[in-house]
Ligand binder design. Structure first.
Ligand code: EPU
Length: 421
C-alpha cells in the first residue's frame, strides 16, 4: 500500500486546472444505461471511482471505452441487471445504476450499499421514489431486488431527516424518464451535479423541467437517443485548492472552474479573510491579511457543502480564535478531528459540532486517511504544518482527486508517494 508524504511550509504559487466533477460524472455515466445509442462523456476525471463505474457498466453489458478525459458508452444486446457486491462495496455511488436499470430494463438487482466511515447512509429515499413510480422492491441476501411491470408518473416528496438527497433525486429522475405521464419530485436536491445529470438526460431526449430547484418535473418519453456531454468542473476540488492557497498564505490562479457553484464556500471563506476574485484566465485566491475564525454549518445546496467541511476545519485549526463547524448532513463525519489533533490542532466535539480553537502552528505527524474529504484535509494540514506529514491509505484520495500531488507540486508543494512500511 502507498502513503502520501507532505513536506510542509511552502507558500503555494502558480496555476492549477480543475478537473470534471466526479459526483456529476458517476450518475451521468449510469444514465447511459437508458440510451439506445452511443453516448460520449467528456471532461471525465481520471479517478478510481470512474474506473469502478466503467467496470460496473461493463458488468451490466455496456461497451465502454475510456481514453484520456473521454468515456464512450454504447449498449450491447447482452444487457444484464445485477450490480454485484464486490463493485458496489468499493463505491457507494454504484447505487445510481438502480434508477436507470428499472427505467430501461424494468429489473434490477443492486447490492445494498450499507454505511461507511462518514456515518449511516440509508437509501430509504431511493426506495421511496422508485416505489412511488410503480417498482416493486425487496431486500434479499444483501441485494435490492427490483421489478417494475409498468412505471407511472407520480408526485413524490423526497425529503428525509437531513433534507434532500442527491442520488435519490438522481435515481428517481432517471427512472421517471420512462414512466407514463408526469412525475413531480418535491424537495428534489438542487446540487449542480443533479442539474448536470438533468441537462444530459434532456440532450438524450428526456423532458425535464425545474432541475436545480426543489421541484423537478419529468414527463415520460418512449426512448432516449445517444448524446454528447461535457461534465461540469468539480466544485469540491476548486474549494480544496482555494483552501490550499489560504492555508499556506499563497497566491494561486484556479482555471476551468465555476464560482457560481460555490457561493456558500466563497461567502464563508471571504468572511474568514480569503480573497477570491475573477482575473483574466481564472480565479485568483490569496489572503487579504490575517485570517479570522468563522462559524460554518453544512446544509444541502446552495448551503455550505458537507464535502468541504473537513478542509475548512483544517484551515480553521491555525486561525486565531474559536470557530464552530456544525455538520447537518452527516452528523458523524468527524473522523478527521482526531487526526488533526495528532498534528497539534485543538478541536473538540460537542454532538455534531466541532469547536476549533486556532493554534499558532501544526506539526507534521503520521496520520490516517479515513475517507475522501478527510484525506484532503490531511493534505491541507500537512501543507501548512512544520515538517513531514505521512498520510496512509492514500487510495481514498485517488477515488476523488485527480493527480493531487502533481497538481499541488505544480504550485510549489512538496508531496510524494512512498511505499507503506
Ligand atoms: N439520506 C437519507 N435517506 C436516503 C438517502 C440519503 O436519509 O435514502 C440522508 C443521508 O444520510 C444524508 C443526507 O440524506 O444525511 C444527504 O445524503 P445524499 O443522499 O444527498 O448523499 P449521496 O447522494 O449518497 C452525494 C455525494 C456525497 C455527498 C452527498 C451530500 C455522490 C456520488 N456522492 O451522496 O459525496 O457528500 O451527496 O452532498 O454524489 C464525496 O464526494 O466525498 C461524497 C461523500
Amino acid at each position: 500500500m502507498e502513503k502520501l508524504v507532505v513536506e510542509g511550509g511552502v507558500r503555494l504559487r502558480g496555476t492549477v486546472e480543475i478537473s470534471g466533477a466526479k459526483n456529476s460524472c458517476l450518475p451521468i455515466m449510469a444514465a447511459t444505461i437508458l440510451a439506445d445509442e452511443r453516448c460520449v462523456i467528456k471532461n471525465v476525471p481520471s479517478l478510481a471511482d470512474i474506473t469502478t463505474m466503467v467496470r460496473l457498466l461493463k458488468t451490466l453489458g455496456m461497451r465502454v471505452e475510456y481514453e484520456g478525459d473521454t468515456v464512450v458508452i454504447e449498449p450491447t444486446k447482452e444487457r444484464k441487471f445485477i450490480a454485484p457486491y464486490k463493485l458496489v462495496s468499493t463505491m457507494r455511488a454504484s447505487v445510481c445504476v438502480l434508477g436507470p436499470l428499472i427505467g430501461k430494463i424494468r429489473q434490477a438487482e443492486v447490492s445494498f450499499p450499507g454505511g461507511c466511515v462518514i456515518g449511516p447512509r440509508p437509501i430509504d429515499l431511493h426506495l421511496k421514489g422508485l416505489t412511488a413510480l410503480g417498482a416493486e422492491l425487496k431486500i434479499q441476501r444483501g441485494y435490492i431486488i427490483a421489478k417494475a411491470k409498468r412505471l407511472r408518473g407520480a408526485t413524490i416528496y423526497l425529503g428525509g431527516h437531513f433534507g434532500s438527497s442527491v442520488l435519490a433525486t438522481a435515481n428517481t429522475m432517471m427512472a421517471a424518464v420512462f414512466a407514463e405521464g408526469k412525475t413531480i419530485i418535491e424537495n428534489a436536491a438542487c446540487e449542480p451535479e443533479v442539474q448536470d445529470l438533468a441537462d444530459f438526460l434532456i440532450k438524450m431526449g428526456a423532458s425535464i423541467k425545474g432541475q436545480g430547484t426543489p421541484r423537478v418535473e419529468v414527463l415520460g418519453v418512449k426512448k432516449l437517443t445517444g448524446a454528447e456531454h461535457s461534465v461540469i468542473p468539480d466544485r469540491i476540488e476548486t474549494g480544496t485548492y482555494t483552501i490550499a492557497a489560504a492555508i499556506t498564505d499563497g497566491d494561486i490562479i484556479i482555471k476551468g472552474t465555476r464560482l457560481d457553484h460555490l457561493t456558500a464556500v466563497i461567502d464563508n471563506l471571504t468572511e474568514a479573510g480569503v480573497s477570491i476574485t475573477h482575473v483574466k484566465g481564472g480565479v485568483r485566491v490569496r489572503r487579504r491579511g490575517g485570517l479570522s475564525p468563522i462559524d460554518v454549518t453544512t446544509l444541502p445546496y446552495p448551503g455550505f457543502p458537507t464535502d468541504m467541511q473537513a478542509q475548512t476545519m483544517a484551515l480553521m485549526t491555525m486561525t486565531k480564535g474559536i470557530s464552530v463547524i456544525t455538520e447537518k448532513i452527516y452528523p458523524e463525519r468527524f473522523i478527521h478531528v482526531s487526526e488533526l489533533n495528532r498534528m497539534g490542532a485543538e478541536i473538540h466535539l460537542e454532538g455534531s459540532s466541532a469547536i476549533v480553537r486556532g493554534v499558532k502552528q501544526l506539526s507534521g505527524a503520521p496520520v490516517m486517511a479515513s475517507d475522501l474529504r478527510a484525506s484532503a484535509a490531511m493534505v491541507l494540514a500537512g501543507l501548512a504544518a512544520d515538517g513531514r506529514t505521512d498520510i496512509s491509505r492514500v487510495y481514498h484520495l485517488d477515488r476523488g482527486y485527480e493527480q493531487i500531488e502533481e497538481k499541488m507540486n505544480t504550485l510549489g508543494a512538496r508531496i510524494w508517494r512512498e511505499k507503506e512500511d
